[in-house]
Design a protein around this ligand. Structure first.
Ligand code: GDP
Length: 435
């Protein structure tokens, strides 16, 4: 999804505009353990185009001072990650030297930008916005974020500037892999080890942002794409210091992939950030594989692996379906096995089961373990069907959705999982009332 960054001095109304654009939408990170409070970004949609709006609220300009080098770097980073910039200025305050400064950074980045002049409640006096032509960012678009005036026109402009929908690398038979994990867990080593084994790197495809490089390769007639390998390999000082953007980068890679490799450092164990990222992959309905790397560094006896997996399972209890593998990118141990798992998980993630078969399964499951009831009624599952893949989605038609308790749903899920071997992928269920 394209990224749209809102930039501007404090108090120009960035957050008001942000909220206006995303409307009543729920933050896509909201259900993810630990991420909620960051409110890094939200999904938005206009005229059928989806994009991710980044709140650069953290990029505070210091009052009464010039933009410091630090803030400037932050602004540059925000712009670099963005596909389109919404640059917000304040009509009441008028043109400000800081505006000029930021505008010059935006211009030099050659990123498409919409110049938004906020706090215009009265469109009868256009002279208020004339000054802003000086910023050299094209025609200013007057809006009132607070009143919602003219924001539709602004969004029309914005949508025109979004990059075209990505269609090229979207051939259905390519397996897209995101390698995710904190710095130094061994992502690059793992990727290099994988590619080194293959020696058939087909090409590097520029991703949606200028910086993202997707690497495709082939093995045994199957095609794979490693998403954003540039983000994995590059290691500039700036990037290391801005965790926020490396997280966004990871989340974007997850959005575009089929299977996530969650790489965990065997020595450090599962960290908070690992949990958040894995939680995001789970919520996004992606296939997941837990890769405990640097296994060579762990002193082992015959129970170590079992103990370790129990611990990881406990920490990432929301994805019991994800296969767990212990690797060493250094020695190459089990690295090829990772690719086998990717094939396996990708297949499960895209599996479609027959309706007849599914209904037989549900009937047997309800006979074995009768559905819950309240004082007057018992749950009846009339019919089930699979409504989609990646991840597999099921619709259950029931007499009363209220009667389907969580534990019973879990029971049905497990029955379906084991019947069809749904490993590595989350499953989605929705209920429809049918009497
Ligand atoms: P990235 O930041 O996640 O891409 O991590 P790198 O691949 O750059 O690895 C960070 C450091 O860990 C490097 O010094 C690697 O040589 C080392 N490393 C990576 N994988 C392993 C492994 O499996 N075992 C050991 N002992 N070291 C590893």
């Amino acid at each position: 999804k394209p990224i749209v960054a809102i930039l501007g001095r404090p108090n120009v109304g960035k957050s008001t505009l942000f909220n206006r654009i995303v409307g009543g939408r729920v933050a896509i990170v909201e259900d993810t353990p630990g991420v909620t409070r960051d409110r890094l970004y939200m999904d938005a949609e206009w005229s059928g185009r989806h994009f991710t709006l980044v709140d650069t609220g953290g990029l505070d300009f210091q009052e009464d001072s010039e933009i410091t080098g630090h803030v400037r770097t932050q602004v540059e980073l925000a712009i670099r990650e963005a596909d389109v910039v919404l640059f917000v200025v304040d009509a009441r305050a008028g043109l400000n030297p800081d505006d000029l400064e930021v505008a010059s950074v935006v211009r030099r980045a050659h990123k498409p930008a919409v110049l938004v002049v906020n706090k215009v409640e009265n469109f009868d006096s256009p002279e208020k916005i004339y000054d802003f032509f000086q910023l050299g960012l094209g025609d200013p678009v007057p809006v009132s974020a607070a009143e919602g005036l003219n924001t539709g026109d602004m969004l029309d402009r914005l949508v025109e500037l979004l990059p075209p929908d990505q269609g090229v690398a979207d051939s259905p038979d390519i397996i897209k892999i995101a390698v995710i994990g904190r710095p130094n867990v061994g992502k690059s080593s793992l990727v290099n080890s994988l590619l080194g084994e293959e020696r058939v790197i087909v090409s590097n495809i520029p991703g949606t942002t200028r910086d993202a490089i997707d690497t495709t390769f082939e093995r045994d007639g199957k095609n794979y794409m490693l998403i954003d390998t540039a983000g994995i390999r590059r290691r500039s000082r700036v990037e290391r210091t801005t965790e926020k953007y490396s997280v966004i980068r990871s989340l974007r890679a997850i959005d575009r992939c089929d299977v996530v490799l969650v790489v965990i450092d065997a020595v450090e164990g599962v960290t908070e950030q690992d949990k958040r990222i894995a939680g995001y992959a789970h919520e996004a309905g992606k296939g997941s594989i837990l890769v405990v790397n640097k296994w060579d560094l762990v002193e082992k006896d015959d129970k170590t692996m079992k103990r370790y997996s129990d611990k990881v399972r406990q920490e990432l209890a929301f994805m019991p379906y994800a296969p767990l593998i212990f690797t060493s990118a250094l020695t190459g141990k089990r690295v090829l096995k990772v690719l086998e798992l990717v094939d396996f998980v990708a297949e499960k993630h895209a599996t479609r089961v027959s309706t007849a078969n599914l209904n037989t399964l549900i009937r047997e499951a309800t006979q074995q373990n009768p559905p819950p009831a309240d004082k007057t009624r018992r749950l009846k599952i009339l019919y089930a069907t699979q409504s989609g893949v990646k991840p597999p989605r099921f619709v259950l038609f029931v007499n009363d959705p209220e009667l389907l308790h969580f534990s019973y749903q879990r029971y049905l899920e497990n029955q379906i999982r084991s019947a069809y071997g749904f490993e590595g992928t989350p499953l989605r269920f929705s209920l429809r009332r049918r009497s």
